[in-house]
Design a protein around this ligand. Structure first.
Ligand code: GDD
Ligand code: MN
Length: 377
């Protein structure tokens, strides 16, 4: 600290009790729930010095406004509003990194988690018994009664996969309710994935057993207001996380999806080419151009829906993105042919040259699409 601004003896500003706990609440369209959550935290955390950090992804229902309204009358409440980004994991990570308390908890904003467990969880960490405490539905005393059969089945299946494939020795790694020592979290943070829903699983898998974990039972309740944001796409997120952890982050699900969409595009191309030639009998070059056009358009839409669903373009942005995607893919095709040509020139093996060109094309298209089409705003 600069000598000039260091407070001298007796000059230290009057501060509140040192902060013990930051409660991080990821929110998307939870306007109706925030006030109740704050009231319940206030009741549950008597005698503890705490703050709550809401991390809102620019909810259209004005959740951030509702939080600020409360925060104006209570300095324990903070709000981070993220623009142009979506994702539960990323929001939790940002919230915890914004905290300065020695302990950080993550709790859902819809009151499905049991905030009355927080005191006990903090006790376990402060006493040194644990570095990570998990609110668990799948141990003695916990339950997920509010889940329907389908959701319960999916949750148990993902749990089994995580336990076997990632060798995670925890009863409820899919839980979204936990507390962690912040210094331990800071160490792990650079390796965590910001995409997806499964922040706790990521933390546990990334720590590779080097984290003292205790699970406490709780009952997963029903939502107060609003609806769940979890859809069938979280299965993809889950798959991506498992892949990334298994391969030490070398295989990205996004790239795999992009390549998969690319091969679907090849199929579309041939189908359209065939049909156009059969039905309309145009000059070949015209048919080829139409086929390429259809394949690129289809690929763009699929990528917008799947590969980049967290940054999905909407409205006018779709047209703009599509136009840039055409340009990117056209240059990609040139790169593809160029590489294939020079490989063939060295070694006239048609499939090797073809595969090299295709690989060049997909890597180029992927890199450039990420930069120019679905770029982070
Ligand atoms: N900032 C932000 N961004 N918050 C989000 C986003 C997002 O993209 N998506 C969801 N949230 C917030 C919600 O507003 C809510 O506070 C919390 O994250 C949980 O989301 P829900 O939509 O209520 O999920 P859920 O109830 O279906 O799933 C919960 O239970 C699962 C256990 O099976 C979550 O806690 C999951 O993390 C948990 O795995
Ligand atoms: Mn919920």
């Amino acid at each position: 600290m600069n000598e000039a601004i260091r407070p001298g003896p007796g000059q230290i500003l009057q501060a509140g009790a040192p902060l013990q706990l930051s409660v991080v609440v990821p929110t998307f369209n939870e306007r109706g729930n925030v006030a109740t959550l704050v009231q319940r935290l206030d009741a549950a955390l008597v005698g503890i010095s705490w703050e709550v950090i809401f991390v809102d992804d620019n909810s259209p229902d004005g959740t951030a406004d509702a939080v600020r309204e409360l925060a104006r009358g209570d300095s324990r409440i903070r709000c981070i509003r993220r623009i142009g980004r979506r994702g539960l994991s990323g929001a939790c990570i940002e919230g915890m990194l914004a905290s300065s308390a020695p302990c950080a908890a993550v709790i859902d904003g819809d009151l499905q988690h049991d905030e009355t467990q927080l005191g006990k969880m903090l006790g376990l960490i402060e006493s040194g018994a644990a570095e990570l405490v998990i609110g668990s539905r799948y141990i003695e005393g916990g339950s997920a009664d509010s889940f329907n059969q389908q959701r319960l089945g999916a949750s148990k299946f993902a749990t089994a996969v995580a336990q076997r494939v990632l060798r995670v020795k925890i009863a409820d790694p899919m839980s979204g309710f936990f507390m962690i020592r912040r210094d331990r979290f800071e160490q792990l943070a650079p390796k965590l994935s910001t995409q997806g829903f499964k922040i706790l699983l990521d933390v546990v898998a990334t720590a590779e057993g080097d984290l003292r974990v205790v699970e406490v039972p709780y009952t997963f309740g029903s939502r107060l207001h609003g609806e769940s944001k979890l859809d069938s796409m979280v299965a993809l997120d889950f798959l991506g996380l498992v892949l990334a952890k298994l391969t030490n982050d070398t295989v990205s699900l996004r790239f795999l999806l992009f390549a998969m969409v690319g091969s679907i595009g090849l199929f579309v191309h041939f189908a359209v080419l065939f049909v156009t030639l059969e039905v309309f009998d145009p000059p070949f070059a015209e048919a080829q151009a139409i086929a390429a056009f259809c394949a690129m358009t289809g690929n763009f839409l699929l990528n917008n829906f799947l590969t980049y669903r967290d940054q999905r373009l909407k409205g006018f942005g779709i047209l703009r993105g599509l136009a840039i995607f055409y340009v990117v893919c056209s240059v990609g095709l040139l790169a593809n042919v160029g590489v294939a040509w020079s490989v063939f020139d060295q070694e006239p093996i048609w499939w090797l040259a073809g595969a090299s060109g295709a690989l060049m094309g997909v890597v180029w298209n992927y890199a450039m699409s990420g930069l120019f089409v679905w770029r982070k705003r």
